[in-house]
Write a protein that binds this ligand. Structure first.
Ligand SMILES: [Mn+2]
Length: 355
């Protein structure tokens, strides 16, 4: 039997990237489409269950349209049973919204709630508390899946603490977790694997890399799983070290190499790193002009440091040398302040605008 495990979809999220308002609207729609794509994938795989381990919605104030879109997707797949756990973001919003639920949607209560899916136990609870695993009743002969939202730690407690040490040799085959937005899998004891599915679609640059759902396969020998990419767009944070570069054209070429394997549908942040000469600066505007059209979204950030070699200016009799020596000798300035003062001063000496 196959079951899909997802979490942290954060529908109706305000989206932190600087997209145009049209794009924000369509990107919000894309998050719903990604959920729908996960369900289509479940159908194609013949999955009987679909676990949503919390944070289906970004907040308690998700729009009625979004709630109805999600419930509609579930209702149109009556052969799949959806197991939904509240997350810390939406809390009880769905049950309090007064909407009518499709019959194939099962919701976990605050305390241990048990469902049976074709002989497999799917247990979960929306509220974590200390010693919660002491009251979990599972039959060792059955295949058991437990659904929780929170952080794996040593001991269970309120606010989502899930005690790894308490799991011991409990007869859990698969711990379906939500809360972290990146896929990970941790073996616990000899029987259990604890899996964070991660978010199925990244939203901001704190969610870079491949995103998707987990396909869980249960047979009489045990439970196995695999991560499956479902995201429409992948976010990439690409670092470009310009330490060895002194010309704009070389910087552009370095960016070109760094983004060469990224597909046009994706979202890209280029971060310039390394040390540059005080007189040289990365022209962010020309980088954006050159590469923006190649991707759905592109931004660039200058995180370079200025290389200031005091030795080099020691015997420099020019105004520049005198200026740099004076700044470097000023004990009232921090290193960061010295760097900013020198860059600004050199630009002024070169007759460039200071901004
Ligand atoms: Mn979340």
């Amino acid at each position: 039997m196959k079951i899909i495990h997802t979490s942290d979809i954060h529908l109706d999220s305000p989206l932190t990237t600087r997209l145009s308002s049209d794009r924000i609207k369509s990107r919000k729609r894309e998050l719903i489409d990604t959920f729908a794509r996960g369900v289509e994938y479940a159908r194609a795989e013949g999955a009987q269950g679909y676990i949503i381990a919390g944070d289906l919605f970004d907040s308690e104030s998700a729009s009625r349209d979004t709630v109805e879109a999600v419930l509609g997707i579930m209702e149109r797949s009556p052969e799949i049973t959806f197991f939904y756990l509240f997350g810390n973001h939406e809390k009880r919003m769905l049950t309090e919204s007064g909407v009518r639920f499709p019959r194939n949607l099962k919701i976990f209560n605050d305390g241990w709630t048990y469902f049976n899916l074709d002989g497999v136990t799917v247990a979960g609870r929306a509220v974590t508390e200390s010693n919660m695993f002491g009251s979990l009743e599972l039959s060792p002969e059955k295949k058991n899946i437990v659904v929780l939202h929170g952080e794996l730690c040593d001991r269970s407690g309120a606010d989502g603490a899930i005690g790894k040490k308490e799991l011991g040799e409990l007869p859990i085959d698969y711990l379906a977790l939500g809360h972290y937005h990146t896929y990970s899998s941790t073996a616990i004891g000899t029987r259990c694997v604890a899996v964070y599915s991660g978010t199925p679609e990244g939203r901001g640059f704190d969610e870079v890399g491949y995103k998707g759902v987990v396909l869980v396969s249960v047979d009489r020998y045990g439970v196995s799983h695999e991560f499956v990419k479902t995201a429409k767009r992948t976010l990439h944070a690409v670092e470009v070290d310009i330490s060895e570069l002194v010309r704009g054209v070389d910087v552009e070429r370095a960016v070109e190499d760094a983004v060469a394997d990224i597909v046009a549908a994706d979202m890209v942040r280029v971060i310039f790193t390394g040390e540059r000469e005080p007189e040289f600066s990365v022209n962010i505007d020309s980088i954006l002009a050159r590469f923006k059209g190649k991707f759905y979204y592109l931004e660039a950030k200058d995180a370079t440091r200025v290389r200031i070699n005091a030795e080099k200016y020691k015997n420099d009799r020019t105004l520049k040398g005198e200026f740099i020596r004076t700044v470097l000798a000023d004990g009232s300035l921090s290193d960061g302040e010295k760097e900013r003062v020198i860059v600004m001063g050199l630009r002024a000496l070169l007759g460039e605008s200071i901004d």
